[in-house]
Write a protein that binds this ligand. Structure first.
Ligand SMILES: NC(=O)c1ccc[n+]([C@@H]2O[C@H](COP(=O)([O-])OP(=O)(O)OC[C@H]3O[C@@H](n4cnc5c(N)ncnc54)[C@H](O)[C@@H]3O)[C@@H](O)[C@H]2O)c1
Length: 267
């Protein structure tokens, strides 16, 4: 039986450990564990799943230190990266560490409200985006198919395209949330109720209802992923020479909506 190790046992790492344990021998290690790091045992594993944090640094840039530290310490036949990383990271780290890395961005969420569109187990997700070199993508699909089955879409692309697609997802949702709060405020200016306007708007089948609710006690978007990923892609894009007008506005509007910056937006 194939044997894997998951490095980083937070929300994503725990989910991946449950996922892999359905068909494979799997162990995990977290820096918070009191056991020694398994770096010297790298060769025991058929693949290493990296579920490490990529927190926001002061400049907004995603901090990939934990990923670099692990890649610099392990000699694995295959690394499967689950962390959300800036465009170009997989190609740059593959070259820097001489590592075979395939990127499988994660889409599970930590939303507290019911979500009929997305399951809470990775094994039940309806698609997997797999970015990287063709032979590595194929090896990962060999691992995934026995767990996820043949009805899932295994979308293959370059690592760069997969990295950008993951940021497109979260920054689109951030923008959609901000748009809905903006429109709720417009409704308020006219004495209309967003709940009623929202339901009317959603009669149009082109509008998906996710991220359209307005919460008076926790306005705007927050949580672990959306603010951090928005800041990270803004930093990456601006470093690459493109200044995203819309996404900067989304970030500024959210700060006003959440009361973190002065502005007119009242719930
Ligand atoms: N949580 C989500 O819903 C979600 C969804 C999609 C993508 N992601 C992305 O997945 C990545 C991980 O997110 P998460 O929510 O699981 O984070 P998390 O903070 O819950 O877990 C990260 C874990 O890694 C451990 N860790 C830190 N440095 C380490 C090291 N050097 N070696 C071993 N362990 C180390 C931490 O102790 C922690 O337990 C991030 O890039 C995040 O953006 C998260």
């Amino acid at each position: 039986m194939a044997k894997f190790i998951v490095i980083g046992r937070g929300y994503v790492g725990s989910s991946i450990e449950r996922f892999l344990s359905r068909r494979y021998d799997v162990e995990s290690w977290d820096i918070l564990d009191e056991t020694p790091a398994p770096y010297a045992r790298s060769k025991e594993f058929d693949a290493v799943f990296l579920c490490l944090p990529t927190p926001q640094s002061e400049t907004g840039e995603a901090d990939i230190t934990a990923i670099e530290k692990t890649l610099g310490s392990m000699q694995a036949d295959l690394f499967v990266l689950k962390s959300t990383v800036p465009p170009g990271t997989v190609d740059a780290l593959s070259e820097k560490y001489g590592a075979r890395i395939v990127f499988w961005p994660e889409y599970i969420g930590e939303s507290k409200y019911a979500n009929p569109y997305f399951p809470t187990e990775i094994a039940d997700e309806p698609f997997a985006i797999i970015g990287g070199e063709a032979t590595l993508r194929s090896r990962l699909i060999d691992i995934l198919i026995p767990v996820m089955g043949p009805t899932v879409r295994y979308h293959q692309c370059s690592a760069l395209e997969a990295e950008l697609a993951k940021y497109a997802e979260n920054t689109f949702f951030a923008t959609k949330v901000t748009f809905c709060y903006e429109f709720a405020h417009i409704c308020g200016a006219f004495g209309a109720d967003w709940h009623a306007v929202r339901e009317a708007w959603l009669c149009d089948p082109r509008i998906n209802p996710m991220h359209t609710a307005v919460f008076r006690d926790d306005p705007g978007f927050g949580g672990k992923c959306l603010p951090k990923d928005l800041a990270a892609i803004l930093h990456s894009s601006e470093t690459a020479g493109y200044f995203p007008v819309q996404l900067r506005a989304t970030q500024a509007a959210n700060a006003i909506i959440r009361g973190e910056a002065p502005g007119e937006a009242q719930p």
